[in-house]
Design a protein around this ligand. Sequence first.
Ligand code: ADP
Ligand code: MG
Length: 700
Amino acid sequence: MNVLETPIEFLKGVGPARSELMRTEMGVRTFGGLLHYYPFRHIDRSKFYPISEIDPEAAMVQVKGKFIRIDGIGAKRIVRMVGAFQDDQGNIMEVAWFRSLTWIKQSIKTDVDYVLFGKPGMFKGKLQMTHPEIELAENFGKGLKGGLEGVYSTTEKLKARKLDSRAIRKLMEVLIPQVMNQITETLPGYIRSRQDLIPRASALKDIHFPANTETLVQAQKTLKFEELFYVQMRLMNIKAKRNKEIRGQVFAAVGDHFNSFYNNHLPFALTDAQKRVIKEIRKDMGTGNQLNRLLQGDVGSGKTVVALLCALIAIDNGFQAAIMAPTEILAQQHYETIFELLSEMHINVAILTGSSKTAYRKKLHANLENGQIHLLIGTHALLEDKVKFHNLGFVVIDEQHRFGVAQRSKLWRKNSIPPHVLVMTATPIPRTLAMTVYGDLDVSVIDELPPGRKPIKTVHRGDGGRLQVFGFMKEEIKKGRQIYVVYPLIEESEAFDYKDLMDGYESIARAFPIPEYQVSIVHGKMKPEDKEFEMKRFAEGKCQIMVATTVIEVGVNVPNASVMVIESAERFGLSQLHQLRGRVGRGADQSFCILMTGNKLSNEGRKRISTMCETNDGFRIAEVDLKLRGPGDLMGTQQSGIMDFNIADIVKDKEILIKSREEANYIFENDPTLEHEKLAIVKAHLSSIMRKKPNWGRIS
Ligand code: ADP
Ligand code: MG
């Protein structure tokens, strides 16, 4: 048996009880498992601080010297031990212990050289260190240890069994010499030399015990590359397999509906980006592969018409199409827009939402099943089992982040042959990242806005600026513009937020009195028909101000609205702010976004606000957002397990991600079945991964 597969309990210093704990707390079962339990940071142990230079605020410092005194403190019994530790410059620092006092008393000696390592602090005006790691100076730096020391994450339970970071490090010292000669390469030599990577065995040793920063960086790069490369290989493998196994409907022709609409009814010329994306989608639809594509495009880039044109291709080929939106308001709006666009064509469009009436539904169900309805627009209601199609060929999911992965898969069951699926999102992320995060989806990007849009001017105002903002709003209203005022509504504090909203509404109603002004309000607690009534009033220009919660976040389209005021803007995430801002700037007029915040802002809040003021580019905003929050929050990824990286961070390690993707791509383009001899280790390693994680790719 391979040493790496030896159960961890047989490692010297582990044993049955600890091994059980290591399994549950660290997920480590074998020698190999422990080897891949990497330190989460490293500390420079090559440097000793003179006591005179220690900053009490510093994280961890290392000091060399001797105790000149060690005393037990306490009236009846000793409650703490305090030592005076002196370095070779003669300066003194206090060291205190509150636990393991007997052990300290017996084993720590005065006038012997020690190396202390710990977090400095101040106590009663004196520099102090409590419970430092202590090592005899004569033992320091022996064994495998290099200049940098790994810090391992541990838990209370582990610590109770004396498995702290230091103990884990000790286990590594035992483990690594035993397994070194068993470590095999997973990357072919040509990739290693091209990408400037080190042998895998060295990388694994150095990640635990790097001699210096350079070695550490090399080791990290090598291990990150390996991890990201195999993620890409798995994705490509899964996609290739799916394309082989699952046949999609073949839409052979672009027919009359498409052409007639394109030539006679399209109210504007498509942008080059829209044309390119339609071509990409069209190509997939024609091949017999099942389309599984993510369409990324900034707010206002014109995704709806792309979806519609593709739906027409499906209809031209004798299939039905569906467009699914995350909210009723949005579904309603899509329906109206599309109904209008198609008004002179012989296409039956219908809408289905949660509030569709029973009698209407009955008829709708029948007309769907007999194929009379060509295009169905709706909400989640489309997913219900009762909703059956005659032959559904194409589904668009708008604003993907509201839909879970599981819901997407429900669509597949609507037809014996799965329909083509186009997922549209206005929360763009960098392309390479998207391909990784959304796994087996192909990615198309609309990277251009329709011509003539004026960039929205965004400003930040504090509470003190409110009157001025009201004044500005009045000026804009005088010019005939309309205004949104948005309040946050976050579930945990709903009651509180609701009060904020109502107070805000009242103060606006006071500042903008009837009959000169009309103010409407929309929030999630309202009945759908009331919401719709208010939205309609606003859309028709019957009121100038709409006070709302984020229900208007996605998709709402009122071109005459040109001012977006966001209250408590610091409480919104970046992508949400960007979405909200995207509600204005849809007409020809100069639009404005005013971010209102309190005066106290966290660093992160400040960064979000300043990013919004600096740029209108959704891709740039998404990148900042990813950097602030990390990739863990990306929608639809938690379930897929793609984000379970051991060492790589797909945001911070973007360069490595791109390089690894290039290498994987090259292989799949030139030798998809990995026949070439130099790819033998890739083939072997990939199949062992696929064996271990067989379900990993079932994303859509
Ligand atoms: P989003 O990508 O945010 O869903 P929409 O599809 O709602 O954007 O489009 C935003 C607005 O831009 C709509 O009013 C739409 O009619 C208009 N639009 C879309 N494409 C073009 C184009 N090529 N030229 C001019 N206007 C366009
Ligand atoms: Mg949209």
